[in-house]
Structures are given as structure tokens and as C-alpha cells.
Design a protein around this ligand. Structure first.
Ligand code: KG4
Ligand code: ZN
Length: 334
């Protein structure tokens, strides 16, 4: 079994081939950072056009890297949502059409299931059940995962996603796009004692999050200082600390509430070193995908698609995407 996966939900074109045992056979990735940097954020129309330019050459390159002929591919997976509608439509059109041309099944993959299952690519993958903390540019969720495809959302962000809060806070301090990793970089130089930011919603029961207030707090703090590199680093450090502690408190609460001892953390923000450090201190088995499989990539889509195809599912001939798609609405494997 060789499944070719295609990720185009936002600003990365990712292609990969995995086999039926989740071995990565080949992978390519093209980031659109330079394209969007001058606008300070993702421009959806430019993203779609760039996916159109990159998808087929990358698919070709991935097949060559794998040493496989197109006729050896046994299934095609593409991101069907959530994400930017135009960008999703590019991947769905290319993926669905290739599968039809090659005479193999196609599967539309949920982007967050892709993130979540990326941890299964590890040599020692966690066992079900586990709690998953999904933290990306568009989502912040705590999910109870009892098996592949069996998801219960326990809590989510009421406003900004964590990655979005990182990006917006970075932007207001004039850091380049994409802000999350840039803010994390300067935070390492920050003084942890200088500012203390609030830990939003930790004193309220439940597992929901709210991060938009933190961004405002960061802005007010930033407006009260002189704007030196040290000021920015200190604010970045306080912001990051607050986010990491808030996430850690909620993860501990979810594990306790559900009486589960394994935590999986996935999505772009799971690449954050401080978060990894803090969550590893929890009295639980804590698993992260490798950092390159935390941010968007084709491997995670190929892998989740492979699992869905193995479970006997496939998508019909219509080209359909779902820009707003809840994890809980996914088909439950038999
Ligand atoms: O999962 P992802 O690649 O794309 C989405 O599905 O959204 O996540 C991207 C998000 C961005 O908001 C980015 O700033 C954030 O993840 N991010 C980070 C780090 N690396 C990526 N945030 C904090 N620290 C990082 N090291
Ligand atoms: Zn993502």
C-alpha cells in the first residue's frame, strides 16, 4: 500500500508518500512564507494561486524521490478541511482528479486529524485512550481520543487560537511573519521576572480557553515601554510563559477529569520548546510528534488518509471541501 498525501489548507504545499505501516517513503514541502511576509499575514488568493503552481511539480518530485511510478500509488489523500476554501479546493481538485486518473481510491482528510495522528509516525507511538491538546494557527482544542476516529471535544478556544495569539502579539511588536516562531526565539532572551501576564480562565471550571485578552495585555504593556530589543524579549517571555502555563493547567485538568494518563500534543504550536518543556513536567506520559511534523506538512495527511483508507473509507467522485469542519462530525470507523 502506498498512499500519496497532499496538504494545501493554508500556506504550505506539502506532499508525501507513506506505506501501510506508516513508514515515510518520500516527502516534499514548499513554504509560502516569503510570498506572504510582505503583507504581514496569509493572503488567501495568493495562497491558492501558489498551491496551483506548486502541487504538480511537488507530486512529481515526491514520486521521483520515492523511486515509485504513479501506477504503484494505491490511494490519494488530500486535506478537505478545515482551512482556506480556495487553498483547500486546489488540493481537493488535484488529489481527487489524480486518484480518478490513476484508478485508485481518494480520501478527503480532516486537517486536525492529520495533526493529531502525526504522533503515530513515531517509533513508539502512544496507545489509546489519550487526551490530545491540538494547538495550531486556527484551532485550540482538548480532545478525548478513545480510538482512531473516536473523538470527543472537551474544550476549545472561545476566541483566538493559540497560534493566532502568538502571531498577533508578534505582529504588534513589529516581528516578521510568521510571528509564533519569531516570538519564541526572542523570548529565550527575555527576563522571566520583569512582567507577569494573566493566566486566562484558569480559575473558572471547565476546559475552554480564551487568548484574545492576552494579546491586548501584551499591547498595553508594549505601549508602556521604550521598544528596545530587551523590552520586546521580556514581553515575549511573559506572553509565552502565560500561554504555556495556561495550557499546562488545562491539560492537567483534562487528564484528571477523564482519568487518562497519556497526553498527545500536536499542531504548529506543539513545536514550541517552552511548551514541550512544561508539559513534560506533568505526571503523565506526554507525546509530541517530531517538530517538523507539528507544523503543516504532507506526511500527516498521507498518514491519516492511509489510516482512513485502511478502515475501508473513501470519498466519492465529487470534489468537496469543508472549510469549517468539526472533528466530532468525522465518520467513525467501524
Ligand atoms: O499547524 P500549523 O502549521 O498551521 C495551522 O494549521 O494553523 O500552525 C501554525 C501556527 C502559527 O500560528 C505559528 O505561529 C505557530 O503555529 N507556531 C509556533 C511555533 N511554531 C509554529 N508558535 C509558537 N512557537 C513556535 N515555535
Ligand atoms: Zn495545521
Amino acid at each position: 500500500m502506498y498512499v500519496l498525501g497532499l496538504e494545501t489548507s493554508c500556506d504550505e504545499t506539502g506532499v508525501a508518500i507513506v506505506d501501510g505501516d506508516a513508514n515515510i517513503i518520500a516527502e516534499t514541502l514548499d513554504s509560502q512564507i516569503e510570498l506572504h511576509a510582505q503583507y504581514g499575514g496569509v493572503v488567501p488568493e495568493l495562497a491558492s494561486r501558489d498551491h496551483i503552481r506548486k502541487a504538480l511539480p511537488l507530486i512529481h518530485e515526491t514520486l521521483t524521490q520515492a523511486g515509485l511510478e504513479a501506477s504503484q500509488i494505491t490511494g490519494v489523500a488530500y486535506t478537505a478541511g478545515p482551512g482556506l476554501i480556495g487553498a483547500l479546493l486546489v488540493g481537493a481538485s488535484v488529489g481527487r482528479s489524480l486518484a480518478m486518473g490513476w484508478g485508485v481510491p481518494a480520501i478527503g482528510v480532516h486537517h486536525m486529524e492529520g495533526h493529531l495522528m502525526a504522533v503515530m509516525l513515531d517509533d513508539n507511538p502512544p496507545e489509546f485512550p489519550f487526551i490530545a491538546l491540538l494547538v495550531s494557527g486556527g484551532h485550540t482544542m482538548l480532545v478525548k481520543v478513545t480510538d482512531f476516529g473516536h473523538y470527543k471535544v472537551l474544550g476549545s478556544s472561545l476566541d483566538d487560537a493559540v497560534g493566532e495569539a502568538f502571531d498577533k502579539t508578534a505582529k504588534l511588536m513589529g516581528l516578521p511573519y510568521p510571528g509564533g516562531p519569531e516570538l519564541a526565539k526572542i523570548a529565550t532572551q527575555g527576563d522571566p521576572e520583569r512582567f507577569t501576564f494573566p493566566r486566562p480562565m484558569v480559575n473558572r471550571p471547565g476546559l475552554d480557553f480564551s487568548f484574545s485578552g492576552l494579546k491586548t495585555f501584551a499591547m498595553n504593556t508594549y505601549n508602556s515601554v521604550t521598544d528596545s530589543d530587551q523590552d520586546k524579549a521580556d514581553i515575549a517571555r511573559a506572553f509565552e510563559e502565560s500561554v504555556c502555563q495556561t495550557l499546562t493547567i488545562k491539560c492537567a485538568r483534562a487528564l484528571k477529569q477523564e482519568k487518562i494518563e497519556t497526553l498527545v500534543v500536536a499542531g504548529g504550536v506543539a513545536a514550541n520548546q517552552r511548551l514541550r518543556q512544561q508539559l513534560h513536567e506533568l505526571p503523565a506520559q506526554v507525546c509530541f510528534p517530531q517538530p517538523q511534523y507539528c507544523t503543516d506538512n504532507g506526511v500527516m495527511i498521507a498518514n491519516a488518509g492511509m489510516l482512513r483508507l485502511k478502515a475501508g473509507q473513501q470519498t466519492g467522485l465529487e470534489i468537496e471541501v469543508n472549510p469549517r469542519w468539526s472533528l466530532e462530525d468525522l465518520e467513525v470507523p467501524a
